[in-house]
Design a protein around this ligand. Structure first.
Ligand code: ADP
Length: 438
């Protein structure tokens, strides 16, 4: 990768990938992200007024975070220094801060310290930044694909403006691709490339909002296609499909997207939408999520959200979980899907879940109750002398295998069965029992 501050002349050299050559040189060339850069928007106003304080740019890859940082440095005429948090350490960080201070003393020039993947710095590394960032030199611009409110220390967040960059839209990507086909200096403007609307649409859709992926696919397609006799390269839908190969899914097993997707998955099952649940299941499987992890969540959902409204759900879920363990992918997608559809379409009750949480809360917050004497263990010698087990009534000795007796010193209601599915039957039976006079 060339340094961002290498001259544009260098970057136009064909040895650099198209995506690097086409990095916008000014705000006019920067496409999309109007929600933060449109006229009158906060970031735009701050840049125009040269009032940039520390920034955190948060968003998926290939949406313009690095580009935006370099543009801000150009506009504000600051010295630009780039660090990648994966490759850097505390010493480099301290050296950069020291150099920034010396630069300000010697030439009155501020430094923009751009830290890519800033979430990869641990807490103490992030703390090193604090005192000087607070004083305004260097100005920190951190880029991250992770939710900064989870991955960055709060003093850093509270001293920075946080802006979220969105996945680029299909139209944005089409525009970026068209610009690179037109650009004679940096792009393919000197070649005759005819791109089908369908190919543009396809690249716009399947790059998942990542301009780098789309530009790479365009470059691979153009450079590997023989021109026709008249010199034109026909960029067809088929070529687009071959060039992009496998769609880059915005999903990483340790990242926010992972938790967001699993959350949408569970909520879709709970919300009785089998189609949405299958979509999220497919996304996780496609991204290489561990089927056992998915299986465990399905089992919990069967119990938490379906419960006794259809106890069979837990059985189906558990079977799918166990089968997934020994068949693995790709076959296990089928039992997992079966369990997902079963749960999504089953009647729902969370009465057991609510019941146990209420009981747990009581245990935590109030005095624990003694076990009544007649329920105490009477199996050891000497228990009788203590009166343990005395007066205990054995349910099966009574009519309908039921007898009233005290099971807890103070009456509590934790389980409140619903009228839904099989639980309705449970409720009717329990109501009958609870009404039997002592
Ligand atoms: P990020 O830092 O968000 O991963 P970059 O800013 O490095 O993404 O973008 C990678 C490349 O994609 C850039 O060099 C540029 O060619 C293209 N690109 C990304 N975002 C935009 C944008 N908003 N407008 C125009 N080109 C873009």
């Amino acid at each position: 990768m060339p340094d961002l501050f290498e001259s544009n002349k260098n970057i136009t050299e064909k040895k650099y990938p198209l995506a690097v050559r086409m990095r916008p040189r000014n705000f006019k060339e920067f496409i999309g992200q109007e929600h933060i850069l449109g006229e009158g928007k906060l970031l735009k106003r701050a840049i125009d007024a040269d009032r940039i304080t520390s920034l955190i740019l948060y968003g998926p890859p290939g949406t313009g975070k690095t580009t935006l940082a370099s543009l801000i440095a150009n506009v504000t005429k600051s010295y630009f220094q780039e660090i990648n948090a994966v490759l850097s350490n505390v010493q480099e960080l301290k050296d950069s801060i020291k150099a920034a201070k010396e630069r300000e003393r010697a030439s009155n020039k501020k430094t923009i310290l751009f830290i890519d993947e800033i979430h990869r710095f641990n807490k103490s590394q992030q703390d090193v930044l604090m005192p000087d960032v607070e004083k305004g030199n260097p100005v920190l611009i951190g880029a991250t694909a992770h939710n900064p409110f989870f991955s960055l220390v709060s003093p850093l967040i509270s001293r920075s403006m946080v802006f979220e960059l969105k996945k680029l839209s299909r139209e944005n990507i089409a525009q970026i691709l068209k610009n690179s086909l037109k650009d004679k200096e940096r792009g393919f403007g000197n070649m005759q490339v005819n791109i089908d609307e369908k190919a543009l649409e396809f690249l716009g859709e399947s790059c998942d909002g990542d301009a780098r992926v789309a530009l790479n696919a365009l470059e691979v397609g153009v450079l590997t296609t023989k021109p026709a006799k008249d010199g034109t390269i026909n960029f067809t839908l088929k070529l687009a499909e071959e060039s992009i190969q496998k769609k880059a899914i915005g999903y990483d097993r340790d990242e926010d997207a992972h938790y967001d997707t699993i959350s949408a998955f569970i909520k879709s099952m709970r919300g009785s939408d089998p189609d949405a649940a299958l979509y999220w299941l497919a996304k996780m499987l496609y991204a290489g999520e561990d089927p056992r992890f998915i299986g465990r969540r399905i089992v919990i959902c069967a119990s938490e959200d379906v419960g006794n409204a259809d106890p069979q759900a837990l059985v189906v879920a558990n079977a799918a979980f166990q089968i997934s363990e020994f068949v693995g992918m790709p076959e296990c997608r089928i039992p997992l899907a079966q369990a997902v559809c079963y749960i999504a379409c089953a009647p729902k009750s969370n009465a057991c879940y609510l019941g146990i949480d209420k009981a747990m809360k009581d245990i935590e917050e109030s005095r624990t109750m003694e076990v009544p004497k007649h329920l105490k263990d009477a199996s050891y010698s000497g228990a009788k002398k203590l009166g343990h087990g005395e007066g205990y009534k054995y349910s099966h000795d009574y009519k309908n295998h039921y007898v009233e007796q005290e099971y807890i010193p103070e009456k509590r209601i934790y389980y409140e069965p619903t009228d839904i599915g099989y639980e309705k039957k449970i409720k009717e039976y329990l109501d009958k029992l609870r009404k039997i006079p002592r």
